[in-house]
Ligand binder design. Structure first.
Ligand code: AP5
Length: 211
């Protein structure tokens, strides 16, 4: 089962992917997480990527494609994987096709922008274990502290209001055309992301034929 989760920033791709990891035991490959890790470790790639990420722009295709291919080639992807945040441009999708990596289903999570802005502005992350919270929709048991590993939760640098607006604009221009791209291939399924986290997951299960 090789699945792509497509959708605007903040729609709930990471949240859904983590649920899929728990249930299906396949890895979540988030290019955002891979890039943030490279930034944290100050690798060459991380140093190049940081300025784009802080501004809410996409990191250049050549950098992200290399990173993704390297990750998908790892042993744990043999029985499947969930791509979260990749591809994000038509050239990225074409390079995935050209590399012979098979994709079974593309699940497009849809929500209106007002919902997305509310989700992004209330999002909190655990910098240690990667758990995702929301101050209202998915609060931790103790405010500001991760339930799983007790680390202090953070607000990501790209969650500022002006950066959020730019991320949404970048999504509309560069990523939204992928919906048509995968529709034409007959593997795209759109689901309503404005439901509880459990109901979104149930719809994903139906979309990937695992209900
Ligand atoms: P990335 O890390 O991929 O971020 P993103 O796609 O912009 O989206 P988020 O991770 O912010 O949101 P999400 O959809 O995962 O939603 P979440 O589950 O957190 O990318 C960051 C940056 O890296 C990019 O801007 C770019 O610079 C670079 N980058 C990454 N990939 C790249 C690529 N392929 N090419 C080029 N550059 C790339 O949910 C959001 C909030 O809502 C949470 O608080 C959550 O608790 C809550 N929530 C989730 N689901 C629900 C629900 N059903 N009901 C209520 N609340 C919910």
């Amino acid at each position: 089962m090789n699945v792509i989760l497509l959708g605007p920033p903040g729609v709930g791709k990471g949240t859904a992917a983590k649920r899929m990891v728990e249930v299906y035991g396949v890895p979540q490959i988030s290019t955002g997480d891979l890039l943030r890790e490279a930034v944290k470790n100050k690798t060459d790639l991380g140093l190049k990527a940081k300025k784009y990420m802080d501004a809410g722009e996409l990191v250049p295709d050549d950098l992200v494609i290399g990173l993704l291919k390297e990750r998908v080639a790892k042993e744990d992807c043999r029985k499947g994987f969930i791509l979260d945040g990749f591809p994000r441009t038509i050239p990225q999708a074409e390079s995935l096709d050209a590399s012979g990596i098979r994709i079974d289903v593309v699940v497009n999570l849809h929500a209106d922008e007002s919902v997305i802005i509310e989700r992004l502005s209330g999002r909190r992350d655990c910098p240690k274990c990667g758990a995702i919270y929301h101050v209202k929709n998915k609060p931790p048991k103790k405010a500001g502290i991760c339930d799983a590993c007790q680390s202090e939760l953070i607000t990501r640098d790209d969650q500022k209001e002006e950066v959020i607006q730019n991320r949404l604009q970048v999504y509309r221009k560069q990523t939204e055309p992928l919906i048509r791209y995968y529709e034409r291939k007959g593997i795209q399924k759109t689901i309503n992301a404005v439901q509880t986290i459990e109901n979104v997951f149930a719809d994903i299960q139906k979309a990937i034929g695992q209900a």
